[in-house]
Design a protein around this ligand. Structure first.
Ligand code: DHB
Length: 482
């Protein structure tokens, strides 16, 4: 484990609003005592081949890079911290697709990608960094092992669930272990992530200090410190994976004809959709007005959230739910059923999808790349309708789902939550985020939750709103949770 060394920084500059902003950088600090040596794939083959992890900017790589982090702070904020006033910490994970994530350096934000989506532009994932620097925050960018991380010899998988959350917790513990040396306030850690990163932000926020993770944390030599955080910022969290298939079909099933599902796909969709009502009932959640969310009321509630979203942006709220669901399908194709726990994992014959989904990769093992993580899909995959997940798998699935830890006695839930899910996002059903928000409300939190109008699957937009919220929770001197 690297000890933070205040003097060992590199001085850097970034341009913000046309002016240079001077900041200090510490990069590649290993955050646990027994990091697992990992294969670093060559540039171009790292991580998720999407926009979230263009990781080739990471230099000075070692076999421990996934379990290391970068620290940044503006010169001005450093000077203030030296006078004794520590600054809040933005823990910004760039995890996407549940894939491995190297600790990215801050780079000068390039121009907004000129890619209109529902008349908006995709946000630039880098623009949060200069903003956070200028706000005076200490930025921490952690790496983490992910679903495709391999041992150095390339033979063993070393990043399967729950490795990534264990790594993020180890990063939080490292911050606390170095708290006297750092300019940041470790009691004001705000985590931020998008999609799989949003799921991890939620899980970090929900599962603080839960002892079920201790054996994993001990195995990588994590510092013996607390790992709860102050606030979780979650953009389109791809979470509650074991219920995400049924949620998805329950929402989109009615439009199966529009999606040209085959007869087999329609049957799968029907079967999954039929499972969701009992899950909603079992959750026992309520909306903001105290009305129960159940299979009868939930469609109207989703429509209300969408209408509120439209109205917030001054758009007429005169559409039906089906109209909205069909219209966003013009932008992003619907996922085929089952959306997350694919059938035919690790088989060649009789597979509906050739390979497993991103999530099947998450639940693989040291030797298997992809595994089923629900009994339903396992039974379809094996053709054995008595097949059940192993206890080991059940435990790993449990440790990846933030919903298990909200209001749970052995977990310290973050006091503050900001959750956004694009109203044009088709990567998971809206109920995944609305259930999260409702469960938090039911356990005494006041999540700032909205479906964000016009937004597809993305995060770190409306930085004025986001930083307004962060500054408010940090500086209102709310002592309720101290
Ligand atoms: C991500 C997107 C997905 O659709 C998914 O199933 C998992 C992760 C992502 O962007 O991180």
């Amino acid at each position: 484990m690297t000890q933070f060394s205040p003097d060992a920084f590199t001085e850097k500059y970034i341009t913000l609003d046309g002016k240079p902003l001077k900041y200090r950088a510490w990069e590649g600090l290993v955050y646990c005592g027994k990091p697992v040596p990992a294969l670093i794939p060559p540039p171009g083959q790292r991580g998720f081949s999407g926009e979230y992890t263009p990781l080739d900017s990471v230099t000075n790589l070692t076999e421990y890079s996934y379990q290391s982090l970068n620290v940044y702070i503006s010169d001005d904020a450093w000077n203030v911290a030296e006078m004794g006033e520590k600054t809040p910490i933005l823990l910004k994970s760039r995890i996407g697709g549940y894939m491995p994530c190297l600790p990215e350096p801050i780079i000068q934000a390039p121009q907004m990608a000129l890619e209109p989506v529902l008349n908006r532009y995709r946000p630039n994932p880098f623009s949060i960094f200069p903003r956070a620097l200028s706000e005076g925050y200490m930025i921490v960018i952690p790496g983490a092992r992910g679903s495709t991380t391999k041992s150095v010899d390339g033979k063993t998988n070393i990043g399967k669930a729950p490795s990534a959350i264990v790594d993020l917790k180890a990063a939080v513990r490292w911050l606390r272990a170095n708290k006297d040396l750092l300019p940041g306030d470790t009691e004001r850690i705000v985590s931020d992530g998008t999609s799989a990163g949003g799921a991890f932000s939620a899980l970090l926020g929900a599962s603080g200090n839960n002892p079920l993770y201790t054996p994993y944390l001990d195995a990588i030599g994590a510092a013996d410190e607390r790992d709860d955080i102050f606030a979780a910022v979650c953009f389109c969290p791809i979470t509650d994976l074991e219920h995400a298939d049924m949620a998805y079909e329950w929402l989109y099933n009615k439009l199966a004809d529009k999606f040209h599902f085959s007869t087999v796909q329609k049957t799968l969709s029907d079967e999954l959709a039929a499972q969701y009502p009992s899950y909603i009932t079992a959750l026992g959640l309520y909306n903001e007005n105290g009305n129960q969310l159940n299979a009868n009321s939930y469609s109207n509630y989703i429509l209300k959230l969408l209408h509120d979203s439209a109205k917030h942006d001054g758009v007429p709220a005169n559409f039906t739910l089906d109209e909205h669901l069909a219209s966003i399908g013009r932008w992003v194709p619907v996922k085929n059923p089952p959306a997350f726990d694919n059938l035919g994992i690790n088989t060649i014959d009789d597979s509906i999808h050739e390979k497993g989904s991103l999530e099947n990769l998450v639940f693989g093992t040291g030797t298997e790349d992809a595994c089923n993580f629900t009994n339903w899909s396992l039974q379809k995959t094996t053709g054995d309708n008595t097949a059940t997940l192993s206890y080991a798998m059940i435990d790993r699935v449990y440790l990846m789902n933030c919903m298990n830890f909200i209001g749970e006695a052995k977990s310290t839930n973050a006091p503050h939550w900001y959750i956004r899910h694009g109203a044009a996002d088709r990567d998971t059903a809206f109920m995944v985020s609305s259930n999260l928000a409702a469960k938090l409300r039911q356990h005494g939190r006041e999540p700032n939750y909205r479906l964000a109008w016009g937004r597809p699957h993305c995060g770190d937009y409306d930085l004025d709103e986001l930083f307004g919220w962060i500054n408010q929770i940090i500086y209102i001197k709310d002592t309720r949770y101290d």
